[in-house]
Write a new protein. Structure first.
Length: 302
């Protein structure tokens, strides 16, 4: 399958304050490496040079992170005020995120809540990986919750797999990958948390995709739904056999779900008038934001 190219940026939402792009799999968001490689930052600079902010290191303010190997919806704020409003939504856990994945085996329960605390793995040779509480070397585990809904059962390159919708209710590093692995249903193509098989060379990518994103800022409701990449027309190795839940119906449920109220109890973000202009971001505010992002980030792989 074709790798991401610098000219192949896909935009799924655009306003005066935000962009949501459909990030390609195996694409870094940014990079300090000396060699020339495609990155999302370079794609944005090529497509939208007029939107680049010289006050930022990479020219664009990424509101959250995705693994290098994960594709899908990623939000970019186009100014400091927008970045601050998005940051507030993430901090208050008012953002709705849903992922699609192909996982090994046929998940028997059609719906489940995965509730394993996740910590950093201190085991030798496992640096930069995460683990669930109670396993050897698991340090400082934190509560982590994921909702899982089975969409389809089928085969991938002849092996049984399930297509699932995953909704993280917390934001730990590698949360979805670790939770799926803890269920003994690792994400297909995940060589970090997956189980080796004789056909592990078949997947051309890790089968995890950020499918739906809603950020209810006070100024606007940023909402984007990306195309489903896990369909037989795009990957002949995937052969669904049994429908369990309709993805279209689940999307309707996601769209209709009420947003949590803001901490100050102000009106809903999608109907509220734009807020007054905010004062310039202070160094303390920026430091706090960066510290929070380091907790939320999903990509030590990068």
């Amino acid at each position: 399958m074709e790798a991401g190219r610098v000219e192949s940026l896909s935009v799924v939402y655009q306003s005066q304050d935000f962009l949501v792009v459909n990030k390609h799999w195996d694409l870094r968001i940014d990079s300090r490496m000396w060699r020339e490689t495609p990155t999302l930052q370079k794609q944005l600079r090529l497509r939208f040079p007029e939107l680049a902010d010289p006050d930022t290191y990479y020219g664009f303010r990424f509101c959250h992170q995705l693994d290098f190997s994960t594709s899908g919806a990623l939000c970019v704020a186009l100014n400091k005020a927008a970045a601050g409003s998005a940051y507030k939504c993430f901090k208050e856990r008012r953002v709705t995120k849903a992922y699609l994945a192909l996982v090994r085996g046929h998940v028997q329960e059609s719906r489940m809540t995965i509730n394993y605390a996740i910590g950093r793995n201190s085991t030798e040779g496992r640096a930069h990986t995460m683990c669930i509480e109670g396993t050897q070397g698991c340090e400082n585990p934190k509560p982590s919750v994921t909702e899982l809904v089975v969409l389809e059962h089928g085969l991938y390159a002849g092996d049984p797999v399930s297509k699932v919708l995953l909704q993280p209710l917390t934001g730990r590093t590698h949360q979805l990958r670790v939770h799926c692995s803890a269920l003994s249903h690792p994400v297909v193509g995940d060589l970090t948390y997956g189980q080796a098989s004789g056909r592990e060379d078949q997947p051309f990518r890790m089968m995890l995709h950020a499918f739906y994103l809603r950020i209810p800022t006070r100024g606007e409701c940023v909402e984007a739904c990306t195309p489903d990449p896990f369909v037989p027309t795009l990957d002949a190795c995937w052969s669904p056999h049994a429908l369990v839940h309709s993805l279209d119906e689940l999307v309707q449920v996601l769209r209709a779900a009420p947003d949590p109220e803001p901490a100050e109890g102000s009106p809903g973000p999608c109907s509220a008038p734009p807020p007054p202009a905010k004062p310039p971001e202070t160094e303390a505010q920026r430091a706090s934001c960066l510290q929070w992002l380091s907790e939320w980030t999903l990509e030590p792989d990068n």
